[in-house]
Write a protein that binds this ligand. Structure first.
Ligand SMILES: [Zn+2]
Length: 63
């Protein structure tokens, strides 16, 4: 079982956002990350935004 995560500190941003989001499924993580990007960073949901996020996903073994 893997765990996927994305760390805002490692993505390009004007804000000094330090939020880290994690989930067991890439789908779940993507939805949470998109919502975060929209509400906190003012992004617009788009295929490009989602692809950019998937590129920053990190996979790690869950305990
Ligand atoms: Zn953020």
């Amino acid at each position: 079982m893997s765990r996927y995560s994305i760390d805002c500190r490692e993505t390009p941003s004007e804000q000094n956002c330090t939020v880290s989001i994690a989930a067991d499924a890439e789908d779940e993580l993507l939805e949470a990350a998109v919502q975060h990007a929209i509400t906190v960073h003012g992004h617009t949901d788009s295929p490009e935004l989602r692809q950019e996020m998937v590129n920053h996903f990190k996979e790690s073994p869950s305990a």
